[in-house]
Design a protein around this ligand. Structure first.
Ligand SMILES: N[C@@H](CCC(=O)N[C@@H](CS)C(=O)NCC(=O)O)C(=O)O
Length: 277
C-alpha cells in the first residue's frame, strides 16, 4: 500500500494487482481461448457490453431505426468483459484489440468487420446518411467525434479508474485526472453555452459519442462522483444531457447489453424491438 515506488530496470507482469480489472487485464494481445461468436438474422451483428463505449453504438442503431432506417436492424450479443469474453477467438477475429464494442456489417455481399466505436458511428452514419449534420458543418461534427475518442480515456481510464476502481486511493493520479476531467467538463459547458448540441444546432453522432461518457457523468450515473466533481455546476452540460436522456431511442440504446440498470430494465441481448417491452 506504499505510495513510494522505484521502477525496476525492466517491468515484469505480476498478475492480480488488486484493481477491478486485475483478473482479465494482461500485457499480451490475442485470444486466450477458442469461442465462436453467434450470428443472428439481422444485417448488423454487434458484440458488446453496455458500457459508455458500447452505449454509443446501440444508441445510434436505435436512433437510425426510430428515424425509419429499417436496414439498421441489429442483433446485440453480450460480451462480458469481466469474464474475459473479449479474449475469445471469434471476438478477436472481429476486434484484434480485444475491447468492446465490435461490429460485423453483413449488409453487403461480403461481411466487413469494424472495431473502435468512433469508426462504427462514422460508418453507420455514412451508410444511412444520417446524424452527420449538414455537409457544411461536417468538419465540426468530426472534430467533436474525434475529441471524444481522444478525451474519454482521461475520464474513464484515468479519473474513473483511480477514483473508483484502483485497489486504494492515491492522491497524485486522482488530482491529475480530476483536473483534466473538470477541464473537459468546463470546455463542454462553454461550448454548450451558445449551442443546443455539441457541433451546432443539430443532434449528430458527436452528441451520440459524447453523451454516454459526459452526459451520464453529469446525470450522476458514473463512478459515484457527482458531488466530488461538482457536476451540477456545469449547467449547460446538464441541460444538454437531460435533453438527450429524454429521447426514446437513447432510453432504449442505453439499456442494451446490460443486465442491471438502476431505475430501468436491462436488455442483455437485443434481437428485436420487442426485447424492450
Ligand atoms: N477506443 C475504444 C475503447 C474500447 C474500450 O476501452 N472498451 C472497454 C470497455 S468500455 C473494454 O472492452 N475493456 C475490456 C478490456 O480492456 O479488457 C472504443 O471506443 O471502441
Amino acid at each position: 500500500m506504499s505510495e513510494e515506488y522505484t521502477p525496476p530496470k525492466v517491468w515484469t507482469w505480476e498478475p492480480g494487482n488488486g484493481g477491478k480489472f486485475a483478473s482479465t487485464n494482461r500485457p499480451i494481445a490475442g485470444a486466450t481461448h477458442d469461442k465462436e461468436l453467434p450470428v443472428g438474422e439481422h444485417p448488423f451483428q454487434l458484440y458488446s457490453m453496455g458500457t459508455p463505449n458500447g452505449q454509443k453504438v446501440t444508441i445510434l442503431f436505435e436512433e437510425l431505426l426510430a428515424a425509419g432506417h429499417a436496414g439498421a436492424e441489429y442483433d446485440a450479443w453480450m460480451i462480458n468483459i469481466m469474464e474475459g469474453d473479449q479474449f475469445g477467438s471469434g471476438f478477436v477475429e472481429v476486434n484484434p484489440n480485444s475491447k468492446i464494442p465490435a461490429l460485423m456489417d453483413r449488409s453487403g455481399d461480403t461481411p466487413v468487420r469494424l472495431f473502435e466505436s468512433g469508426a462504427m458511428l462514422l460508418h453507420l452514419a455514412e451508410t444511412f446518411g444520417a446524424f452527420l449534420g449538414t455537409s457544411g458543418n461536417r468538419p465540426e461534427v468530426l472534430s467533436w467525434l474525434f475529441w471524444q475518442m481522444g478525451s474519454a480515456p482521461y475520464l474513464g481510464g484515468g479519473f474513473g479508474h483511480f477514483y473508483a476502481y484502483a485497489p486504494y486511493p492515491m492522491q497524485y493520479p486522482i488530482d491529475r485526472f480530476t483536473m483534466e476531467t473538470k477541464r473537459q467538463l468546463d470546455l463542454l459547458d462553454k461550448v454548450l453555452a451558445d449551442r443546443e448540441f455539441i457541433a451546432g444546432n443539430e443532434y449528430t453522432i458527436a452528441d451520440i459519442a459524447i453523451w454516454p461518457w459526459y452526459g451520464n457523468l453529469v446525470l450522476g450515473r458514473a463512478y459515484d462522483a457527482a458531488e466530488f466533481l461538482d457536476v451540477a455546476s456545469y449547467t449547460n452540460v446538464v441541460r444538454w444531457a437531460q435533453a438527450i436522456d429524454a429521447r426514446p431511442a437513447v432510453q432504449r440504446g442505453r439499456v442494451v447489453n446490460r443486465t442491471e440498470v438502476p431505475g430501468a430494465k436491462g436488455v442483455p441481448e437485443r434481437h428485436s424491438a420487442a426485447d424492450f417491452d
